[in-house]
Design a protein around this ligand. Structure first.
Ligand code: ATP
Ligand code: MG
Length: 650
């Protein structure tokens, strides 16, 4: 089922933007002519200590090896290279703390010195390449320093979002058998210090349910002093960062690691179930992170100020917060707090103050901005913005237009980037200045990336038909496995289309008649209403298209008449007009008109909040439990469990 009014709305790149863009249409031509030669060329954007003998070894499929035999140091590519090229005085990080007076600019030279000190300290602990280090930190400079120090030493980091519970931290520490945990005493949240180390103490102890004694693998907990709050202390295990790191030498000679050396583990968001520990490589990962960051965001290292709002706890915070931008010598904004501390103006003040030119965020935040109202961004000079990015969920066309008009000055190109923790880097996205865009579509696979939309037999579906999104060829930043569970790796991603050797992404999608790709949400979320397959994202977009609605979540609940019926939960905009039954009827009519009478929701409930993962994605499986009157499932990665309790009462 498709909505032709949105699929036909097109925005061509401006001639002005195209004239200065990093990417040109030649990238597509080159990659189509010889995919591996294309990646070979992209790999040469980085500094390697030893050249590879082969671009891709796929003989052990589905485990790939890229740039076989090549050696590099990821941190040296992100730091030393820029200093060596005379750019040491460029700001690498404009760090902005949550308290307004708290900010610090860190140049590439300073960051290199900080990372060298931290690396010297970590190696003094006897850690060796391949050991795992858990990082459980807020968005403070030491979090970046810790990640890069690990990369420099070949220590495989596992960043755990600092909003996660001690139980979530413990399960990730145990799964990875981390030897060290790096954390902070506390973190600022909405103007107040909140404890963080206390959660580490609880995680590593023996008082949690489902743990068997204290965490056996952990020798040391390195603690950054951030808030100054009181903490419990284990004199054998715990050490203050400021007592051991600053005194270390500020130089460190980087070692070369194999292209396949595991750079990090990262657990998926858990939107669909138990998180999986995704393993990423060094060489292939950095090649694609760097290439995509440069071309998709049109990065000009000398003049751009780039802000990726994702927390380091998510893959976006890794690839487009740290490795992509730093490998390209970018100047990055790193902000510690929430968008509304102390008030809703904060993000826009930062954009205005730092003259942010590239802003990469998520639909959930755009919809939150919509809910707050356009007067808030309008009160700021956002004219520095020249590229906008979106990731994490399908972006509703209404939110897309709002983003472009209210943040992008009505002209900034929007790159709607589809990718996953598993893909490591962007796979599907327009190239600004090259690709025409349509609100709500991620447009087309990037040069060098091969994807398709297929039916259950692996055959390409006709345009406008729903199918399954698959990767048809391996790509450099692809996951190398699930940590400790290669069977689950094969089973989850490769068993669906074993015969064709396709990677199954778990998302539903369609090609439209112009060859643009529309991601329709997770396959598990596709609804079947009287035999019609209707995607949650299309119905949600129709609801958000109504002036009263800021956010919507839609699920299919079993229904005697229609098999499944559509149940919608909506959050209203701050200044909307109308309410009650009248509004519900108007919303039903809007969906009916926009998509089809079949897509009309059976029930619409107005709610104050929706259940979301910590990364801001709607957890539809919980709403499905609710709509079908079941006990709600695993809520461990939910940002605020009390939301489900409130919804259940309703
Ligand atoms: P889990 O795999 O544990 O259920 P998750 O899939 O939410 O969690 P991520 O890897 O963070 O974990 O998210 C990737 C998913 O996010 C994609 O599979 C897709 O469903 C969605 N997504 C990301 N970017 C986009 C986009 N631009 N358009 C549509 N969907 C997107
Ligand atoms: Mg997933």
């Amino acid at each position: 089922m498709s909505d032709s009014s949105t699929t036909n709305e097109k925005y061509a790149p401006s001639a002005e933007f195209a004239a200065q863009a990093n990417a040109t249409a030649d990238l597509y031509t080159e990659a189509d002519a010889d995919r591996l030669a294309f990646w070979d060329k992209q790999a040469r954007r980085l500094t390697w200590d030893q050249e590879w003998s082969e671009v891709l070894d796929w003989s052990q499929a589905p485990v790939s090896k890229w740039f076989v035999g090549g050696k590099l140091n990821v941190a040296a590519n992100c730091l030393d290279r820029h200093v060596d090229e005379g750019n040491g005085d460029r700001v690498a990080v404009h760090w902005i703390g949550e308290p307004k007076s708290d900010a610090r600019d860190i140049t590439y030279s300073e960051l290199l010195a900080d990372v060298s000190r931290a690396a010297n300290y970590l190696s003094s602990l006897g850690l060796v390449a391949g050991d795992r280090v858990a990082i459980y930190m807020p968005m403070i400079p030491e979090a970046y320093i810790a990640m890069l120090a690990c990369a420099r030493l070949g220590l495989t980091h596992s960043v755990v979002f600092a909003g996660f519970s001690s139980a979530a931290l413990r399960s990730r520490v145990d799964d990875a058998e981390a030897k060290v945990v790096i954390t902070s005493d506390g973190q600022f949240r909405r103007g107040k210090p909140a404890p963080l180390k206390a959660a580490v103490d609880e995680a590593l102890g023996s008082d949690l349910p489902n743990v068997d004694g204290p965490a056996a693998s952990v020798h040391k907990v390195l603690v950054v002093r951030r808030t100054g709050i009181d903490v419990d202390w284990d004199a054998e295990r715990d050490v203050w960062w400021d007592e051991v790191v600053p005194e270390q030498p500020d130089t460190h000679t980087p070692e070369s690691f194999d292209a396949e050396h595991p750079l990090f583990l990262l657990y998926t968001s858990g939107t669909t179930g138990k998180p999986k520990g995704i393993v990423h490589s060094s060489g292939g990962y950095l090649v694609q992170a760097s290439y995509t960051h440069y071309n998709v965001f049109d990065l000009k290292p000398e003049s751009d100020v780039y802000w990726c709002t994702a927390d380091i706890g998510w893959v976006t915070g890794h690839t487009y917060g740290v490795y992509g931008p730093l490998s390209n010598g970018s100047t990055c904004v790193v902000y510690e707090g929430t968008p509304n501390s102390p008030d809703e103006h904060r993000h826009f003040e930062i954009i205005e103050d730092k003259k942010v030119s590239i802003y990469y965020s998520a639909p959930t935040l755009v919809r939150t901005f919509m809910k707050w109202g356009h007067e808030i961004p309008a009160a700021h000079d956002l004219s520095s913005i020249r590229v906008l990015g979106s990731v994490g969920e399908p972006i509703n066309p209404e939110a897309w237009r709002w983003y472009r008009d209210n943040i992008g000055g009505g002209k900034a190109p929007i790159v709607d980037t589809w990718w996953q923790t598993e893909t490591g880097a962007i796979m599907v996205s327009p190239l600004p200045g090259v690709t025409e865009t349509k609100p709500g579509s991620a447009m087309r696979p990037l040069p060098g990336i091969s994807m398709d939309v297929v039916d259950n037999d692996g055959e390409t579906v006709a345009s406008e038909e729903q199918g399954l999104l698959v990767g048809t060829e391996p790509w450099p930043a692809m996951l190398r496995g699930i940590w400790g569970d290669m069977d689950r790796y094969r089973d989850t991603y490769w068993s669906h289309f074993a015969e064709q050797g396709y990677y199954f992404a778990g998302d539903g999608a369609k090609w439209d008649s112009d060859g643009a790709l529309w991601v329709l949400g997770r396959v598990d979320d596709v609804m079947n209403i009287s035999g019609h397959r209707i995607s949650t994202s299309e119905v949600e977009s129709a609801l958000v298209g109504h002036e009263a609605v800021a956010e919507a979540a839609v699920v299919g609940a079993s229904d005697e008449q229609t098999g499944q019926a559509i149940v919608a939960y909506v959050i209203l905009r701050e200044h909307h007009i109308g309410s009650g039954d009248e509004l519900v009827d108007a919303l039903k009519a809007a969906v009916s008109k926009e998509i089809s009478p079949i897509a009309k929701p059976r029930d619409i409930t107005v709610v104050p909040e929706l259940p979301k993962t910590r990364s801001g994605k709607i957890m539809r499986r919980l709403l499905r439990d609710l709509a079908e009157g079941r006990e709600v499932g695993d809520t461990s990665t939910l940002s605020d469990p009390s939301i489900m309790e409130a919804l259940q009462k309703k």
